[in-house]
Design a protein around this ligand. Structure first.
Ligand code: PLP
Length: 386
C-alpha cells in the first residue's frame, strides 16, 4: 500500500480541474491576446477562471493577476510594491517574519542586498506564531510593505492576520500575505484584514503546477517584473497559460465550494494521524496545536535518526517530508526549525500533510509503518525490516 502524505509539497490534480483543462490541451489553442474567434474563446476562458479565483477569495476579478506560480506571485508583490513605493518617495523599509517561505524571505533579502532597502525580519515565538505586538513594533514611518504568511508551509502555523491586518491598515501600511498553504484550509477575510496583496499557487489546491495568482488591490501601485506584451494590467507580460489558468480557476472554485466538507475531514484524518504518532512515545508536535492548518502534523521524534526513518517510510510506500531539522544529505537545519528553536541533535522532524485524496487506510498505514520503524531504529536496528 502507498500513502501520499505530502500535500503541502504538492497535491494531485483534481478530476474537475483536469476536465476543465482537457479541451485546452486537446482542441482549443488560441492566444488570449488574439482578436479572432480562437483568441476570443481563450480570452473568455481566462476571464472565467479569473472570476472563479476572485469569487473564491471574495475580491473583484480586476484584482486577480495570473502568474507562473506562488514564487512569482511573492516576488512580484515584494519587489513590485517596494519599488513603486520607493519611486513615490514613501520609504524603503520592509517588514517580514523569520519563517516566511524563501520566495518571500529571499526576495526581501535581495532587496536589502542589491537594492538598498532596509528589511526587518521579525522572529516568531517558540510555538511558531508571530507576536503581533512585536511585529507592529518593527513598523516604521518609512515601511512600505509588511509581508506575513497566512500559514507556514513546514509547521503549518496560522498567523494572527485578524489582529495584524487591521492594525497595519490603521497606520496606512500595505499588508502582503503568502496564502499558498492557507487557501482552502483556513478562512481568509481579505477585506476585514485589509489585505493589499495575496499570493496563491494552483498546485497546492489540486490545480496544475506552474500557475498561480497574485491578488493585488487596484489602487495599490506595483511595478511588474516581466516586461513585454503588457498582459495582466501591464504587470506580467507573457502569453497567458490558458490551459493552466483554466485549471487554476476550476480548482479554486472546487476548493472554495468543498471547504466546509473537506476541512473537518482533513482535521479528523490529521488528528487520527497525530494520535497514532504521539502514542509511540517521546514524540512532540512542532508549532502551535491550536493555530495550525487542519491537514498538517509536524512532529519531533526524539531519539531517532531522520535519514533512517525517511528511508524506512519510503520503503513502506509512505511519502512525507523531512520538513526538517537536518535535511537528508545536508546538515543545514531549515530556517523554520531554527526560528522556533527546535531541538536538532538526535531528533527526526517529520511533516505529514493530508489532502483531498487522503483516506483513513493511508493514515493507518503511515502510522503503522512509522511506529514500526521508530521502534526498530530506537532498538539500534536497521532502517529497513530486511
Ligand atoms: N509560498 C509557500 C508558503 C509555499 O509553500 C510555496 C511552495 O512550496 C511557495 C510559496 C512557492 O509556490 P510555487 O511552488 O507555486 O512557486
Amino acid at each position: 500500500m502507498r500513502a501520499y502524505l505530502d500535500h503541502a509539497a504538492t497535491t494531485p490534480l483534481a478530476p474537475e480541474a483536469l476536465a476543465a483543462m482537457r479541451p485546452w490541451l486537446e482542441v482549443e489553442h488560441g492566444n488570449p491576446s488574439s482578436q479572432h474567434a480562437a483568441g476570443r474563446a481563450a480570452r473568455a476562458a481566462v476571464e472565467d477562471a479569473r472570476e472563479q479565483v476572485a469569487a473564491a477569495l471574495g475580491v473583484t476579478p480586476l484584482e486577480v493577476l495570473f502568474t507562473g506560480g506562488g514564487t512569482e506571485a511573492d516576488n512580484t508583490a515584494l519587489k513590485g510594491i517596494a519599488w513603486a513605493a520607493r519611486d513615490a518617495g514613501r520609504g524603503a523599509h520592509l517588514v517580514t517574519t523569520a519563517i516566511e517561505h524563501h520566495a518571500v524571505l529571499d526576495s526581501a533579502r535581495w532587496l536589502a542586498l542589491r537594492q538598498a532597502f532596509d528589511v526587518t525580519e521579525v522572529p516568531v515565538e517558540p510555538d511558531g506564531i508571530v507576536d503581533p505586538g512585536r511585529l507592529l513594533a518593527a513598523v516604521r514611518d518609512d515601511t512600505v510593505v509588511v509581508s506575513v504568511m497566512a500559514a507556514n508551509n513546514e509547521i503549518g502555523t496560522v498567523q494572527p492576520l485578524d489582529v495584524i491586518g487591521p492594525a497595519l491598515a490603521q497606520r496606512g501600511v500595505v499588508l502582503h500575505t503568502d496564502a499558498v498553504q492557507a487557501f482552502g484550509r483556513v478562512p481568509l477575510d481579505l477585506d476585514g484584514w485589509g489585505v493589499g496583496a495575496l499570493s496563491l499557487s494552483a498546485h497546492k489546491f489540486n490545480g496544475p503546477k506552474g500557475v498561480g495568482a497574485l491578488m493585488l488591490r487596484r489602487d495599490l501601485p506595483c511595478e511588474g517584473l516581466l516586461h513585454g506584451g503588457g498582459q495582466e494590467r501591464g504587470l506580467r507580460s507573457g502569453t497567458l497559460n490558458a490551459t493552466g489558468i483554466v485549471g487554476c480557476g476550476a480548482a479554486a472554485q472546487l476548493t472554495a465550494a468543498t471547504a466546509a466538507v473537506q476541512v473537518p475531514r482533513l482535521r479528523a484524518l490529521r488528528d487520527r494521524l497525530l494520535e497514532g504518532l504521539l502514542a509511540v512515545g517521546d514524540v512532540a508536535v512542532n508549532g502551535s496545536r491550536r493555530l495550525r492548518l487542519p491537514h498538517n502534523a509536524h512532529v519531533a521524534i526524539h531519539d531517532c535518526d531522520a535519514d533512517g526513518l525517511l528511508l524506512a517510510l519510503d520503503a513502506a510506500g509512505v511519502a512525507v517530508s523531512t520538513g526538517s531539522a537536518c535535511q537528508s544529505g545536508a546538515a543545514q537545519p531549515s530556517h523554520v526549525m531554527t526560528a522556533i528553536g527546535a531541538p536538532l541533535e538526535g531528533v527526526a522532524h517529520l511533516r505529514f500533510t493530508c489532502g483531498r485524496t487522503t483516506t483513513t487506510a493511508e493514515v493507518d498505514h503511515a502510522v503503522a509503518a512509522c511506529t514500526d520503524a521508530i521502534k526498530r531504529l530506537r532498538d539500534g536496528g536497521s532502517a529497513l525490516p530486511w
